[in-house]
Write a new protein. Sequence first.
Length: 116
Amino acid sequence: MNLPPAIGPTCSLDVRAFQDRVKAIAEFNARALQTQERTANTLVLTYAPGNAAEVADLVAQEGDCCGFLDFSTQEGTAGVVLTIAVPADQAERADELLAPFDGTAAQSESSCCGAC
């Protein structure tokens, strides 16, 4: 059976691992997220001070499976800022690619990460 190639970059996690990851991100967000700001291709998440190690772990894990996204962090007295940017060539997919990080995917019944 020949399957069509994926359009654009894809998440390398299988369905179960993706679901577990989205749940873990949602739990972390519920516990530590202070603010969230979304622009067209970018999501900026500010976590409470003292969460730098957990944000770094999140970035490392996501860099392994979704290396096509641009993750950057900045730590300050007000908290840890995580910026996630979708590449310009994937702008039309920004909603689905950023959904796992803002909790949208956790509320969805979909079993797919939306990146496949």
